[in-house]
Design a protein around this ligand. Structure first.
Ligand SMILES: [Zn+2]
Length: 136
């Protein structure tokens, strides 16, 4: 009984994460949930879930996820270049590419990490009736 509940929650968490990676609502998969690349809509167009859950500082956790995603992608990229070009890595290209990457990667991953944060939050704080905006 307890294993089934845990398994169901794990499946729901993975489904929410997959939906977030596809820029969809982690709760229902509704789209579009972004207005411009860096801006998430106030509510999901399908299920009306308020995407900031009605909290003014809600996206602070998303900044942590953004930092982790950008740093992980950066490290993976540097490691891949080093492994593919060893023993003569292109140090100048790595230097300038790193600067560009550390500027571009947080912007590119920003909406995705916001929705991943929402998916993560929904695992630990499931939605309740107060999380939903009234129909327009
Ligand atoms: Zn939704």
């Amino acid at each position: 009984m307890k294993d089934a509940s845990l398994r169901a929650r794990a499946v729901a968490a993975l489904r929410g994460l997959a939906r977030a990676l596809l820029l969809a609502c982690p709760l229902c998969g509704g789209r579009p949930v972004t207005e411009r690349w860096v801006r998430v809509r106030p509510a999901c167009p399908r299920c009306r879930l308020r995407l900031d859950r009605g909290e003014p500082d809600y996206w602070i956790g998303a900044l942590l996820f953004n930092l982790i995603a950008a740093e992980t992608l950066f490290a993976a990229g540097v490691l891949a270049v080093l492994l593919l070009t060893w023993p003569t890595p292109p140090w100048s290209a790595l230097y300038w590419g790193s600067i560009v990457g550390m500027i571009v990667l947080p912007i590119v991953t920003y909406p995705i990490t916001k929705l991943c944060w929402l998916a993560f939050d929904l695992v630990f704080r499931p939605s309740h009736p107060g999380d939903f905006a009234p129909a327009p």
